[in-house]
Design a protein around this ligand. Sequence first.
Ligand SMILES: Nc1ncnc2c1ncn2[C@@H]1O[C@H](COP(=O)(O)OP(=O)(O)OP(=O)(O)O)[C@@H](O)[C@H]1O
Length: 208
Amino acid sequence: MSLAAVVPHLARPPALLLQQLVQSRGGRLLFDGLDLALHAGDLLWVQGRNGAGKTSLLRLICGLSAPTAGRVHVEQGLLYIAHKPGLKDHLTVLEQLRSSAAVAGRACSEAEALAALAPVGLVDAAEQRQARLSEGQRRRAALAQLWLPQVPPLWVLDEPLAALDTRMVERLAQRLDRHADEGGCAVFTSHQPLPLRRATRSLRLGEH
Ligand SMILES: Nc1ncnc2c1ncn2[C@@H]1O[C@H](COP(=O)(O)OP(=O)(O)OP(=O)(O)O)[C@@H](O)[C@H]1O
């Protein structure tokens, strides 16, 4: 029997591969020679003090900035929700969600978008302009993307818990668990642990 038959994920390439990744910013070395492979079902919690380089790493993974050296390989698609999600104030919650999906090449129907607003508790706010949302509601509006159909396999979430109440934190953790159960994976930053059912891998930056 082959090793791949015993450990199924070895049969597939990793969803995310970081090889000898180096990043300097503002004259500081944030990480040096970082190697990482993320496979189906992996949830990776990136930890570190303020300024350690967590957001910088997530932006590298998404191809939004270039490493000083090394390589980032994403096998299929990814979904990035930034620390400050770029919501347009003049759009309604529903318009924003459908527009974000379309820009990502995953256009969705109004019914699908409304269904994604239900778990984040924003169905009643669907027609409301985003300028009138609270911080927590803005975070929920951005996170609704995780409930759309055809989500990409790799999720990259920067501080997804910011401004969320306890109930929404639990709902997000359940969504992450289910995504991993279905063979997806995620990289997230957070200053607090998420109440996840699945085991979490962790990477601590700023300790060199
Ligand atoms: N545009 C930039 N130009 C130069 N240096 C930058 C830039 N953006 C961030 N930095 C620096 O890179 C370092 C890492 O920043 P980063 O935002 O990745 O940290 P972080 O771990 O996400 O912090 P936090 O927990 O506060 O969000 C910091 O020292 C920061 O000052």
